[in-house]
Design a protein. Structure first.
Length: 77
């Protein structure tokens, strides 16, 4: 079954990506500026608060895009 090997490889890559994502989420509390950049919106009224990390999302999106593009370019060679 030729498709089985491709599916297995894809599942291993996905599992590795999920492990890295979990590690990143565990370590994200150690980064003091994450979610507190200028441009991030935080509203607090009494005992209610809401946070919109706009700039943090843009920065993380840019970094992940560059990183994934580099990985894919190196993988194709």
């Amino acid at each position: 079954m030729p498709g089985g090997a491709d599916l297995g490889r894809m599942l291993l890559i996905l599992g590795g990506f999920l492990c890295l994502l979990g590690l990143l989420l565990l370590l994200s509390s150690k980064i003091p500026w994450l979610g507190r950049l200028p441009g991030d919106i935080h509203i607090q009224r009494g005992n209610w608060s809401c946070s919109f990390p706009l700039v943090t999302s843009l920065v993380l999106s840019l970094l992940l895009t560059v990183l994934l593009n580099l990985i894919l370019r190196l993988w194709r060679k």
